[in-house]
Write a protein that binds this ligand. Structure first.
Ligand code: AMP
Length: 326
């Protein structure tokens, strides 16, 4: 998990959890999923995938996802339900709309061979969302188009087969919706680039973080001003600062007005390190408890099956599949 994931999505996953002991918490109203089935659609190393799935889950718990207030599970642990729903939705989604997905265009561009999984990935994502009667999907800007597609699929399905799905909407954060790469601020920060100096990972140590931010690409001017077109590097640093300190970009811009680029970089590095320190500490504590994360995942999967199985039944019934005799 990197800084973009935290600022764009996970910070709000944490704050959107219902209060402990509330009806919403008991009903499993907040649902989060580690999408390991999605991770299969490009080249990967199976042993590493297993290790990264556990690591990402641990980071999410460390970041504040609370198993008593929310439901967190691995997608592949509820695979029968998620993939069956995907197959059913594949008959409502169209090839034309999947071809228009920016992420598919970007990831398939120039590739000799593209997996069917990469093409169909947004339909699996639609199933992930629709199976839980989701109203709001807190995502970063890059996933907005996939949530729009999910809406279109749900609306089309409801129109053709009767009211079955809750129609969800994407919600974006006020700052940090698109954190950019520190070395190439015209492209988003992404895990696909591996351990690059442009990407701050949640488990990077303070020295690495300070170095990555200190060497961030800026511009040849000296004025600190938010202007994503003319000053993408400085604007990205302001955005990161605002997201880490929970204030608006305009406020951050005023705070640094008249200061030097070096001052901004030191303040951004301090803010990121301060935000990540407790997460890293909890990560190491949780990692030291063998079996704990796997146990929490098993509990999450059992609850996710309870939540999603009746929705899948609704979909099967609406589409005219014969119910098996019980
Ligand atoms: P992914 O990296 O595709 O697994 O994304 C997980 C969540 O993080 C999604 O909600 C994305 O929209 C969000 N996200 C990914 N990269 C960024 C970024 N560079 N800036 C802000 N949000 C991001």
């Amino acid at each position: 998990m990197h800084l973009g994931n935290l600022c764009g999505a996970v910070q709000r996953w944490v704050t959107s959890q219902p209060a402990a002991e509330s009806d919403a918490a008991r009903d499993g109203a907040a649902v989060f999923c580690v999408v390991d089935l999605h991770a299969l659609n490009g080249p990967y190393n199976p042993a590493e995938l297993r290790q990264l799935t556990r690591e990402l889950t641990t980071v999410l718990f460390a970041a504040g996802i609370d198993p008593n207030r929310a439901l967190l599970f691995a997608q592949s642990h509820v695979a029968a339900i998620h993939t069956e729903c995907t197959w059913l939705l594949n008959n409502v989604a169209t090839v034309g709309e999947l071809r228009r997905m920016t992420q598919f265009k970007d990831k398939s561009d120039g590739q000799e061979s593209v997996t069917a999984g990469l093409f169909d990935y947004p339909v699996l994502m639609a199933a992930d969302i629709l199976l839980y009667d989701t109203e709001e999907v807190p995502v970063g800007d890059d996933q907005r188009q996939h949530v729009e597609l999910t809406r279109d699929i749900a609306i089309r399905f409801n129109g053709r087969f009767g009211d079955t799905f809750t129609v969800p909407k994407a919600t974006l954060p006020p700052s940090g919706a698109r954190i950019m790469d520190l070395q190439q601020p015209s492209k988003k920060m992404s895990k696909s680039d591996g351990d690059s100096p442009g990407c701050v990972f949640i488990l990077d140590d303070p020295k690495q973080i300070a170095k990555k931010i200190k060497t961030a690409v800026t511009d040849s001017e000296t004025e600190i001003r938010y202007d994503t077109k003319a000053k993408p590097g400085i604007s990205n640093l302001l955005d990161i600062y605002a997201a880490c300190t929970h204030q608006s970009v305009a406020h951050a811009e005023t705070q640094f007005s008249g200061q030097r680029y070096g001052d901004l970089k030191v303040a951004v590095a301090d803010a990121v390190i301060e935000m990540l320190a407790p997460i890293q500490q909890r990560y190491h504590e949780l990692s030291a408890e063998p079996g704990e994360v796997d146990r929490l995942l098993a509990r999450g999967a059992a609850r996710a099956r309870e939540r999603s199985a009746p929705v899948l039944e609704r979909v099967r019934d609406a589409m005219g599949l014969l119910a098996p005799m019980r």
